[in-house]
Structure formats: C-alpha cells, structure tokens
Design a protein around this ligand. Structure first.
Ligand SMILES: Nc1ncnc2c1ncn2[C@@H]1O[C@H](COP(=O)(O)OP(=O)(O)OP(=O)(O)O)[C@@H](O)[C@H]1O
Ligand SMILES: [Mg+2]
Length: 350
C-alpha cells in the first residue's frame, strides 16, 4: 500500500541531529505536508528523499525499492527547491522543456507539454521570457511547471509558493491542489505556513526540532493536537491553568470559578486548551469563565476579542453574523462545550 516509505530516518550534521528517527508511509496519490518552524528539519528531510543529502540512519523506499543506491536523477522525482533556481540563460519555455529534452521526448510532444505546463501555472504569455525579467512569484511558477512537466512519480515541493503575494498564493494553492488531484501525483510539500499545509494536504506531519510531533489529517491535528507544540503551531489556542480536585465526589476540574467533571486519568495541575472560535459569550446565568472585553477588533468576516479573564488573557473569535457582539469593557462569561476543550497535565508541574 505504501508508495513512499521513510523508515527510522535520521540525519546528523556534526553533532546536530537535524532529523531524528522519522518514520512515515505515504500512499500513492497522497498529498502530504511537512510543517514546522524554521530549522526543524523539513528541507533536510525532503533533500534526503530527493537524494541530495545522505541519510545518517534509516531507509527510504519508493514503490518497494530502497533508494540508497538510486541516483537523484534516476528517482523520477519532480522537485521545486526552496530557492527555485532556474537556468538564467534559458527562457521560461526552455527551462520547462529541459527535463523533457534530457529524457529524449520528441520535439512536437515536448512543445505541447511545455505549453500545457505553462498554462497550468498561468504563464502561457511568458514562455519566451528569461528569469531575470520575471518576478519572484513568476519564477516560482516556472519552477513548478518544470517539475510537473516530466509527470513525476513524486512531486517534492519546498516552500514553492513563498514568494507569492497573499491573493496569488491562495489562487495557486487551489490550482496546485487541482493539478495534483487531476494528475494523481504523490506530493510532498514543505511549508512553515499552517493554513497552506491544512488547505492542501491529506495529512500533515508536524515537526519540531527534527522530531515528528504528530502525523494526521489536518482536522485531527487541529482538533486533537498530540502536544502543546502542535496545538500552538496550528492556529491560535487559549490556555488556562486548572486543577483536578479528586477530594470531591465526583472528582472535578476547577478553573477560576468554573467546574467541570474531571477527565479520566489526570490529577493535579492541568492546562486547559480551547480554540478561540469555540468560545461563545454568555451572561451571569451561564456559569462560564468570568471575563471582561479588553479590546474588540473588526476583521471583516469575523470579530476578534481580547479578553481579560479570571484565568488569564484569552482571545475569542466570533463570526460577523448572528447576535450583536459585546462592546469593549463589557463583563461576560466565556462558555464552550466540554468536548471542545483539551485538558493535559501542566508542563513543569508535578
Ligand atoms: N548542510 C548542513 N550542514 C550543517 N547543518 C545543516 C545543514 N543543512 C541544514 N542544517 C541544519 O539542520 C537543521 C534543519 O535544517 P533545514 O534546512 O532542514 O530546516 P527547515 O525546517 O527546512 O527550515 P526553514 O523553514 O528555515 O527552511 C538546521 O538547524 C540547520 O541549521
Ligand atoms: Mg527549509
């Protein structure tokens, strides 16, 4: 079943462990993303799949074959590097055609495929341009066309959209997803942009410090983060200090003036995590966390509220629809459904 398989892969640079015991199995046609902060080992992992960086430990298999003895050029990969190096002396069309020439594709077919690939990334009109006369975003799209045109087994993309402005970036994300779906190309994307990873991928691999923190669908990683790191990296999260009271019967989870039934398997000091969009405003009658609206910021389709609560600062996001929103200075209660709160042992507590 697994098409691309990384088994216990590590990479050491001197005494720095850039990638630490990473295992992952990618199905044919799947779109996965490596997501994590700068320096966490994303590019290094991609370069090991590409064959430009040797593994310190572990194995990588593609379609059942150990890649250790397969040269980069023979792996059948389409690659867009983080620095989208195009050949400067070649036009966009020549850049895209290069891989096809290497593979001995006849001229007529080559020209048709180059045209198609440039059209896919919206650059039909730029075929005869040289990279130095193109913007960063245009060059990035040529690099994408160049990777796609060879119809690779696996498409490896390292921050391929990082130079595009927000609007074009969003358009290209939709485009990329569409292209990937149509061609069914197994795709590995590297990004530090969590919305991009979540929008595009079947599964995300959240990395931190060379280690995998979580592998899962975007919804799983967002709704059920495996660690505090994942929770904080994938969007905004509120964290409140709480305590499990096992003296009472039945045991309770207490935070400020609020109590909930205690979750199983926890005791002592805990952290309660709630996403800002899961919080609603209630009044005195709702026994929620006591809060005051410190600031109310209009963001078009939603409002962002900065609140001071009895359990520390919190942010709340409410859609710009439905009931009137509380004003700055208003006293409110913050309420949420028990299933929308994550409770974990407090880091550093006994
Ligand atoms: N050739 C190298 N020699 C020594 N250390 C390296 C080398 N390449 C990468 N590193 C180190 O390995 C770690 C991981 O680097 P990598 O390029 O994989 O990070 P990244 O997740 O892609 O980050 P970014 O988002 O900034 O591109 C970093 O600490 C980096 O300094
Ligand atoms: Mg990188």
């Amino acid at each position: 079943m697994s098409f691309l398989e990384l088994h216990r892969v590590s990479k050491r640079f001197g005494d720095h462990l850039a990638v630490n015991d990473l295992s992952l199995s990618v199905a044919k046609g799947e779109f996965i993303s490596f997501l994590g902060p700068s320096g966490c080992g994303k590019t290094t992992t991609l370069q090991m799949i590409a064959g430009f960086v040797d593994l310190s430990e572990g194995t990588i298999r593609l379609d059942g074959r150990d890649l250790a003895s397969v040269k980069p050029a023979k792996r059948g990969l389409g690659i867009v590097f983080q620095s989208y190096a195009l050949f400067p002396h070649m036009t966009a069309a020549e850049n895209v055609a290069f891989g096809l020439e290497m593979r001995g594709v006849p001229r007529a077919e080559r020209e048709a495929r180059v045209r198609d690939a440039l059209a896919m990334v919206g650059l039909e009109a730029y075929a005869e341009r040289h990279p130095r006369r193109m913007s960063g975003g245009q060059q990035q799209r040529v690099a994408l066309a160049r990777a796609l045109v060879i119809r690779p087994n696996v498409l490896l993309l390292d921050e391929p959209l990082s130079n595009l402005d927000a609007k074009l970036r969003e358009e290209m994300q939709i485009e990329l997803r569409q292209i990937q779906r149509n061609l069914g190309t197994t795709t590995v994307l590297v990004t530090h942009d969590q919305t991009e990873a979540m929008a595009l991928s079947d599964r995300v691999i959240v990395m931190n410090n060379g280690r995998v923190e979580q592998i899962g669908t975007p919804e799983e990683a967002y709704e059920r983060p495996a660690s505090a790191f994942v929770s904080q990296f994938l969007g905004k999260t509120n964290e409140f200090g709480g305590e499990i009271d096992r003296v009472s019967a039945p045991p309770r989870l207490v935070a400020g003036s609020c109590v909930w039934p205690a979750p199983a398997g926890l005791s002592g000091q805990v952290t309660i995590a709630v996403r800002p969009e899961k919080i609603a405003f209630g009044d005195e009658a709702d026994r929620g966390v006591k809060a005051r609206i410190a600031a109310r910021i209009f963001q078009g389709n939603h409002w962002l509220f900065q609140c001071e609560t009895e359990c520390g600062p919190a942010i709340v996001i409410r859609q710009n629809s439905g009931p009137a929103q509380p004003a700055e200075g208003a006293n409110v209660r913050l309420i949420w459904r028990a299933e929308d709160m994550g409770v974990r042992p407090r880091e550093g507590a006994q």
